[in-house]
Design a protein around this ligand. Sequence first.
Ligand code: G1P
Ligand code: ZN
Length: 542
Amino acid sequence: MINTITTAPYPEQKPGTSGMRKRVVVFQQNHYLENYIQAIFDSIGDFSGQTLVLGGDGRFYNKEAIQTVVKMAVANGFGKIIIGQNGLLSTPAVSHLIRKNKAYGGLVFSASHNPGGPEGDFGVKYNNGSGGPVSETINEAVYARTLEIEQFKILKTDDIDLATHGVSDMAGTVIEVVDPVKDYAALMQTLFDFDAIRALFEGGFTLQFDAMHAITGPYATLILQDMLGAAKGSVVNGIPLPDFGGKHPDPNPVHAKALCDLMLGDEGPDFGAASDGDGDRNLIVGKNQYVTPSDSLAILAANAHLAPGYKGGIKGIARSMPTSAAADRVADSLGIKCYETPTGWKYFGNLLSAGKISICGEESAGTGSDHVQEKDGLWAVLLWLNILAKRKQSVVEIVREHWQTYGRNYYSRHDYEAVDTQLADDLLAKLRAKLPGLVGQETEAGKITYGDDFSYDDPIDGSHSASQGLRIGFENGARIVARLSGTGTVGATIRLYLERYEPRDGDLGQETQTALKSLIALAEELIGVKSATGRAGPNVIT
Ligand code: G1P
Ligand code: ZN
């Protein structure tokens, strides 16, 4: 029986950079999840009889959310619902299942790299039929709907068995519980030279992959260990846990410190990697060589032709605005275009669908290609392994050679988390007002040639996105960028992005923070985050 339940709006259900993320306790409020899901269903057009993909990263509240949303999707008229076994699916696997099954869309339950557990975060993201995040227009429509919602529809029925694969029926809707890994692994086999990677491992190559007790555990175990022959135990923290073992499933040098420490020194494995809560981000670290995500994007783009999926060459590259310009130099030398988009994967969607780009990425450890419409952590790891297998060089050799060819973009991001929202807004407003006056000034970091608030005109659909981050650019290619995070759940997070270009005949071997010293000092002088917040430094440096 379909119940139509009367409800009242929660006024703060605004989607951010990637879906809506809130504390679990917020989602646990009466009808909070139901309201948001109904607002999505009311805003995405006519899906009656069509297919919906459902899955999440296994965090606390995932299973409860799946049970509720299946019943709502049936009541709202979907014809078929595909669900990952035990409610599990990585973000890239959802994207692939949507595309493979020509689904109308899919819902991912995750707060990505944010902590989980009853005290942690939960999130909902809707992806459309192309497998990617929806446009700002749909996000705004969903938000508008949340403000006026009065009722939602749900089927009154027992919970479904999520543990067993198979097909069943719920009030005329087909429910299919699928193996979360199988289709994704098959897709990876079409892109990469599995024989070459297998031979690499047979030759004694060693790896550690830290799944951070999040979704990539089962994916990495099957693909890296069982299919490619990495030694048993190469995948660590491989069992997804509702609270990620109490840690942040964020693959950066701070939260994946154990892996990064292991890779420093000669005792560690040849290659280290990690992925985040929902499996879309990646960390790449070689023996004694951390690879910044910006460099990784550039290196993957420069070497993608070594993998079967990209053997004809890549069509174009895209990077988010705060990501370093290392990829631009690769694009120049390949004679292809490098697009600069606002932060957030959704801006790559149109470029991918239109065939303008093959590879894209963000400084926040997201890299991906046109194989799905999401960033993909394991994809990046496999492309690296494919390149290592073909070039028969170490990570450090490949990175150094890259800098010697293209020059080096020294790069770092400084995050100030949980800053008072009003204070953060004021700091950025003051900087925005200063920008025009900075142009032409000579500073210790070089001559300032522009200062603006980044905006983007989508070359495919013409949509305009304003206020996407404050930029200060220098004659020598250096940049300072400041923006507020759209994914935090407590106060505001101020992100400062610092970049300096060193030509290939310059000093390529400096320590990053030292190389960026004058830019860091200038950023503080211009924005004053430390003095205004009374903090000694950023919470996270990547
Ligand atoms: C952050 C990253 C951004 C990424 C997003 C979703 O957003 O900076 O690159 O697309 O998470 O994973 P932010 O918190 O900066 O808005
Ligand atoms: Zn993620």
